[in-house]
Design a protein around this ligand. Structure first.
Ligand SMILES: NC(=O)c1ccc[n+]([C@@H]2O[C@H](COP(=O)([O-])OP(=O)(O)OC[C@H]3O[C@@H](n4cnc5c(N)ncnc54)[C@H](OP(=O)(O)O)[C@@H]3O)[C@@H](O)[C@H]2O)c1
Length: 280
C-alpha cells in the first residue's frame, strides 16, 4: 500500500495533484461499488481524497433541476467510498461544503463543526446528508470549504466569479483560500484525522473589503453595484438564496493545523492573481 489516490478529476482535485505530484488521480467514473473496489485493489493507496461531486453548471441552481444526479454524486458516492475504503483499511478524506449553514449561528462567533445544518438549496442538502453518515466513521475526515479563492483566474474561482458580477451582495462570509486548503488536506491525510473540519481562513471576509482590495491590487478601474441578498433572488439573478454564513474552524487546532489570517492570505493571493493577469 502506498500514497494518496484522488477521485474527482476536476478543479480542486487537479489543484491537489499540481501541489503534491506524488499523489495519483483516478479518472474512472464510479457508477457502482465494484468500479471503486477494482480501482482500490489495483492502486492500493494508503489514503483516498474524494474531490468528486456535482456542483452544477453554470452554478448550483442546476442541482435544483437535476436532483437525483446530484444526490448520487454528492451523497451516495461518498458513502460508497467510505464503505469500500473501510474494507481495505484506507483512510478517506472527503470534501464537503460549509454552504449547508444558512444565516445567523447559535454562537455569535459562527457555526461550529458540531452544529446541526439547516440547508435550503438541494446541493447543500446532498452535501449535508453525506456528512451526517460519514461524520462518526472511523478513519474518515470531512473537510468543509467555502467560497474557494485561488490565485489563478478560472470560472470556478470565487474571485473571478465575484469580480465578474455587475451587482455584488453586501454580505460577510467565511472563505477558503485554496493554497491553504491544499496544505490542510495533506495534513489531515498524513495525520489520519477523523471527524468534521471547517477548512476556512479564521476571520470572515466582507465582500466590501474583498472588492476594495481587488481594486487596490488587481484592477483600479473595477466597479460594481451593491445589492442585498433579497434583491439577488427577487431580481432573478439566482433561483435560490445563496448560503451566507460565518464558520468557526475550531477542530483543526486539535491536530496542530493552522490557516493564515484571512486578510494576509487574501492580499497574497490577489497579488499573485494580478501578476498572472499582467503576465498573460
Ligand atoms: N468549487 C466550489 O466552489 C466548492 C465549494 C465548496 C465545496 N466544494 C466541494 O469540493 C468538491 C470538488 O469541487 P470542484 O469545484 O473541484 O468540482 P469539479 O471541478 O466539478 O470536480 C468534480 C469532479 O468530480 C467528478 N465526478 C462526478 N461524479 C463522479 C463519479 N461518480 N465518479 C468519479 N468522478 C466523478 C466530475 O466529473 P464530471 O465533470 O464528468 O461530472 C468532476 O471531474 C465537491 O465535492 C464540491 O461539493 C466545492
Amino acid at each position: 500500500m502506498s500514497g494518496i489516490l484522488v477521485f474527482g478529476n476536476g478543479w480542486i482535485g487537479n489543484k491537489f495533484i499540481e501541489r503534491y505530484p506524488e499523489a495519483r488521480m483516478s479518472t474512472v467514473m464510479i457508477e457502482k461499488p465494484s468500479d471503486l473496489a477494482e480501482v482500490l485493489e489495483r492502486e492500493e493507496p494508503d489514503a483516498v481524497l474524494n474531490c468528486a461531486g456535482l456542483t452544477g453548471t453554470p452554478n448550483v441552481d442546476w442541482c435544483e433541476t437535476h436532483q437525483l444526479e446530484t444526490a448520487m454524486a454528492n451523497t451516495w458516492l461518498p458513502i460508497m467510498m467510505a464503505n469500500e475504503c473501510a474494507k481495505l483499511g484506507i483512510h478517506l478524506t472527503h470534501l464537503s461544503s460549509g454552504c449547508m449553514f444558512y444565516g445567523d449561528s447559535p454562537d455569535p462567533k459562527g457555526w461550529l463543526e458540531s452544529d446541526f445544518p439547516n440547508p435550503a438549496a438541494y446541493y447543500s442538502k446532498t452535501k449535508a446528508a453525506a456528512d451526517f453518515v460519514l461524520a462518526d466513521l472511523k478513519d474518515v475526515a470531512i473537510a468543509r470549504l467555502r467560497i474557494p479563492m485561488d490565485p489563478m483566474p478560472s470560472a470556478k474561482n470565487s474571485i473571478t466569479k465575484i469580480a465578474s458580477y455587475p451587482k455584488v451582495i453586501d454580505v460577510k462570509n467565511s472563505v477558503t483560500v485554496v493554497e491553504d486548503l491544499l496544505d490542510v488536506l495533506k495534513q489531515l491525510i498524513d495525520k489520519r484525522a477523523q471527524g468534521v473540519f471547517h477548512v476556512v481562513n479564521p476571520e470572515p471576509l466582507t465582500y466590501r473589503d474583498l472588492m476594495k482590495w481587488y481594486e487596490e491590487i488587481v484592477d483600479p478601474n473595477h466597479k460594481n453595484e451593491w445589492i442585498t441578498e433579497e434583491e439577488m433572488v427577487s431580481g432573478g439573478l439566482t433561483a435560490k438564496k445563496r448560503s451566507t454564513n460565518v464558520l468557526q474552524n475550531t477542530r483543526l487546532a486539535e491536530f496542530g493545523i493552522q490557516m493564515r489570517p484571512t486578510e494576509e492570505a487574501m492580499k497574497d493571493l490577489l497579488t499573485k492573481y494580478a501578476a498572472y493577469l499582467n503576465n498573460k
